[in-house]
Design a protein around this ligand. Sequence first.
Ligand SMILES: [Mg+2]
Length: 268
Amino acid sequence: MTQKTLSPDLVRQVKLRLLKMHFEAGVGHIGGNLSSLEILLCLYHRVLQPTDQFVLSKGHAAGALYTTLWSIGELTDEELKTFHKDGTRLSGHPPVGSIPAIIFSNGSLGHGPGQAAGLALAKKLRGEPGHVFCLCSDGEWNEGSCWESLIFAKQQKLGNLTFIIDVNGLQGFGTTKEVADLEPFADKFRAFGWRAVQVDGHDIDSLSASLTPSSKQKWPRAVLARTRKGSGVSFMEGKMEWHYLPMSPAQYAAAVKEIESGVPASIL
Ligand SMILES: [Mg+2]
């Protein structure tokens, strides 16, 4: 596959567009969108092949997906302006078929892993090529259905399946450690018979290397992407409230200034 250019400057441009879209819509969830952005950019610019399928299980990261699709020319700037508006195709928690990239409704968490495992089994039974990827949040792994999907996928030897977990260490009600500690997270996947690797979820080259499946892959695998909620905006990073808060005009201006300059914003 010809690797598309995914430069630091492009990542910055997409991050700015994501901030603008969320600010203009006056909605929250920017923290978990910023933590997933490089994962999605890496998938869509470098990893996904025409026969592959992708399931966005952390539906609240729809904004990061929309701006990633914008970066590859599949959504227009005009359409991004409709984000979260009445009648839009681009809602905050995307329903199935709203755009071609959304093949299941998600947002209520814990469903994507089972959906992706089903798609991978269907591919295997039909002898179809391609790989199935699913992007989850870490807090989502509080749901028992996620663990059931691990048992199922191992039993079915789904070597065409990869779960990517955005491990930002935070969820709606606190840190994952406070709410329901998941560590040692990678070992838990291994205990279910999965392969598991850990990677810096903001390092494009490391992500590319980890996400690209091997043709020799025989077992399902998990890529645990260690990320920072609110990545790139110092006053948001690691703060639970940015799961929910919309940005004020001053906060938006400071965030843009920081992304453009690389100098931490002085606000709050
Ligand atoms: Mg999280």
